[in-house]
Design a protein around this ligand. Structure first.
Ligand SMILES: [Zn+2]
Length: 363
């Protein structure tokens, strides 16, 4: 399809007037085929805006149905649709917005068996899911199929967005393995600010349009962090990890395999023991913020030690630019310490998720 008809020229008029966008980029969108996994908080704004923007073929995958707690943030669903499949509700809204595009509903669970089939004919994938098992599955499947993946995650008041794809890092470069179920809070219990998936979903939709239309600088090799409470955006550089179990030099994952169900989104200030262990071996400084009696009982060696209530800028045993891991018993105090350290300029400090106890949970 090398042209737009009269109605499309009118519909996309404001895109066509944009410098460095114009007819060429709009035709790229028209010819693009996209898979959106998830018709929830992230999926709703992504689906609505990509439909409005004129992405030619949009497949939405979701197997869940609408309940009343969804309506606080899943903006495409209506009260009249309670109990109906989310995917049917969202694709109906998308079709209502734009009848010039093809919208496909995939009302099945994405698994290691079914996902490759859906990836086959698409140009780009957006991960709008809210659980680790599907997130790792989508990452791995996109890596094997060599498809660009727009990733987004939300947790309470925080969100993160990145683009993974050929030549850049993958999700496992960032988080090599899913966290143990014991250390992952329940999705429903963690809570989320209703507007947050709107903000993060639209950042994801923006990245998808940039990749498809070939404009701007997508977040390839970068992780965008958003904190709604502080109104702050931060961008971290991400490099492919040579030790990545999927895309590294000696990959341990050779085929797409099912991943155990784990529910939760990562906090961008935390790292798992799987990654922290590598940092420890590489000589990255560790800081224990527990009380003396706790440190006497067990400790990570080597590690520096400053109890949380004694933390002050002049005592920090590493430089502002250094990568460092902070730990406590269960991950609560170390998270507060990392928030404090980052406010002092130590932007590369991370809290050990689940604390020193997560070492005992390690499988
Ligand atoms: Zn990787």
């Amino acid at each position: 399809m090398n042209t737009l008809n009269e109605r499309e020229l009118e519909r996309y008029d404001r895109h066509l007037k944009l410098p460095s966008f114009g007819l060429e980029a709009q035709l790229k969108l028209k010819n693009a085929r996209v898979l959106l996994v998830g018709a929830g908080g992230l999926g709703c704004p992504i689906g609505l805006y990509l439909a409005a923007a004129g992405v030619g073929q949009l497949t939405v995958a979701d197997f869940d149905s609408i309940d009343l707690t969804n309506l606080q943030r899943q903006i495409a669903h209506r009260q009249a649709d309670l109990g109906k499949p989310k995917v049917l509700s969202l694709v109906q809204r998308m079709s209502d917005i734009n009848d010039a595009i093809e919208v496909i509903a995939a009302s099945e669970r994405m698994t290691a068996d079914t996902l490759p089939k859906w990836l086959h004919d698409v140009d780009l994938v957006l991960d709008g899911t809210d659980n680790f098992s599907t997130r790792y599955l989508i990452n791995d499947a996109c890596f094997f199929a060599k498809k660009p993946l727009v990733y987004g995650a939300i947790h309470q008041f925080e969100g993160q967005v990145s683009v993974f794809g050929p030549g850049g890092p993958c999700y496992r470069c960032l988080f090599p393995t899913p966290p143990p179920p014991e250390s992952a809070p329940n999705c429903a219990e963690a809570g989320v600010l209703g507007v947050l998936p709107g903000t993060v979903g639209l950042l994801m939709a923006t990245e998808a349009i940039k990749v498809l239309a070939g404009i701007g600088q997508p977040l390839l090799g970068k992780l965008l962090l958003y904190d709604a409470l502080d109104s702050q955006f931060r961008t971290l550089a991400l490099s492919p990890d040579p030790d990545c179990p999927l895309c590294g030099e000696k990959p341990q994952i050779q085929t797409l395999t099912p991943i155990a169900q784990v529910c939760a989104a990562p906090n961008p200030l935390e790292i798992t023991w799987a990654l922290a262990e590598k940092h420890l071996a590489a000589g990255i400084p560790f800081l224990d913020v527990r009380e003396p009696f706790e440190r006497e009982r067990e400790r990570i060696e080597p590690s520096h030690w400053i109890p949380l209530n004694a933390l002050s800028p002049e005592k920090i045993p590493f430089d502002e630019k250094d990568l460092a891991v902070v730990y406590c018993a269960m991950g609560g105090r170390s998270l507060r310490a990392v928030e404090t350290l980052r406010s002092w300029g130590y932007q590369r400090t991370f809290s050990l998720q689940g604390g020193i106890r997560s070492l005992n949970l390690k499988t």
